[in-house]
Design a protein around this ligand. Structure first.
Ligand code: ATP
Length: 310
């Protein structure tokens, strides 16, 4: 299947005085994919997405959304028509109702599908409520509604679930999955690795304004996630010795808890059968590598490379 890029970023750079916030980054986002930007605080994620949203001017480099350049005034006008944005510091008019706020966003885009969007997000019943009277989760949902009016082809969601309770977070995930089903391209910024792992096709990890790792979630986990770990509440000394003799990496904490690191599923089985042969009754908690391991390794290695954790 041929995938065409919805967004092409070329050497995009942003400098604020002495701070090089985004440093010559290049990447593409494919049509219809959910693409997540991850990175520690201050890495340059918001600056990057706000340049793509035409809210901040790049110092150098360029980006194209559906072929329109963010550096060309005519391109910017087209881009504004095809994107929807939920900003990180989202807020709406406190003394307007849900409906009025979404209608205001619709008017600014020349859109008329307020009712459809409110229904889709389960906000129709709440349309008469004042924005100021809504819970944090519902306020964010109004923000998503404001981003979705006018059927944007590309949607930017900057930390859409920060501060939400687990239920509200899961609801937001459903809306994002729905957007993907509808073929919308989604650029997501998040600090929640579980969120990125569940929703994204590809992720980019940004560290100090540069892309430190980029790719499909599964491939990144395979490449950078590290080994599967088996956690034991306690392991007898002879069991630890025996596993180490077989070449396993075993770490024992002062309180007796032990971690055995393995690479494959068959090694998991081998560790357990080795213990059985020794008549050691021990049942491990098995923790497979995930995006969080990738994140910690990638940002860890990047920072130590520059001597900043020392
Ligand atoms: P977070 O995860 O905390 O939202 P981020 O990855 O989105 O962080 P940015 O907000 O893009 O990071 O910030 C990148 C760098 O640029 C930081 O060092 C920040 O202090 C700096 N910065 C951001 N906006 C401005 C600005 N308007 N003026 C000066 N410096 C800025």
């Amino acid at each position: 299947m041929r995938v065409s890029p919805a967004i092409v970023v070329e050497d995009l750079t942003k400098r604020y005085g002495d701070v090089l916030a985004v440093d010559r980054i290049s990447f593409t986002v494919n049509e219809g994919e959910v693409f997540a930007l991850l990175g520690p605080n201050g890495a340059g994620k918001t600056t990057t997405v706000e340049m793509l949203e035409c809210l901040r001017t790049p110092t150098s480099g360029n980006a194209y959304l559906k072929g329109f350049s963010i550096r060309d005034p005519a391109g910017v006008r087209e881009i504004k028509k095809l994107i929807g944005v939920l900003p990180q510091e989202f807020n709406a008019e406190d003394d307007l109702t849900v409906y009025e706020n979404v209608e205001l966003a619709a008017a600014s885009k020349g859109a008329e599908n307020v009712r459809e969007v409110l229904e889709k997000l389960g906000l129709w019943e709440l349309r008469g409520r004042l924005f100021s009277k809504l819970s944090g989760g519902l306020k964010r949902r109004v923000g998503i509604a404001m981003a979705l009016v006018g059927d944007p082809e590309i949607v930017f969601l900057d930390e859409p679930t920060t501060g939400l309770d687990p239920e509200a977070r899961r609801e937001t995930w459903l809306y994002i999955k729905q957007l993907k089903r509808e073929g919308v391209t989604v650029v997501l910024t998040t600090h929640y690795m579980e969120e990125a792992e569940r929703l994204s096709d590809r992720v980019a990890i940004i560290v100090k304004g540069r892309i430190a790792a980029i790719g499909e979630v599964r491939r990144l986990i395979e490449e950078h996630g590290g080994k599967t770990r088996l956690f034991f509440e306690g392991l007898e000394e002879r069991a630890v010795r025996s596993l180490r003799e077989r070449g396993y990496e075993v770490e024992v904490a002062p309180d007796g808890r032990a971690v055995v690191k393995v690479r494959t599923q068959s090694e998991v089985a081998e560790v357990i059968s080795t213990l059985r042969e020794l008549s050691v009754e021990a049942y491990p908690e098995i923790r497979r590598a995930g995006l969080e391991d990738v994140f910690l390794r990638v940002i860890g290695s990047r920072l130590t490379e520059r001597g900043e954790l020392a």
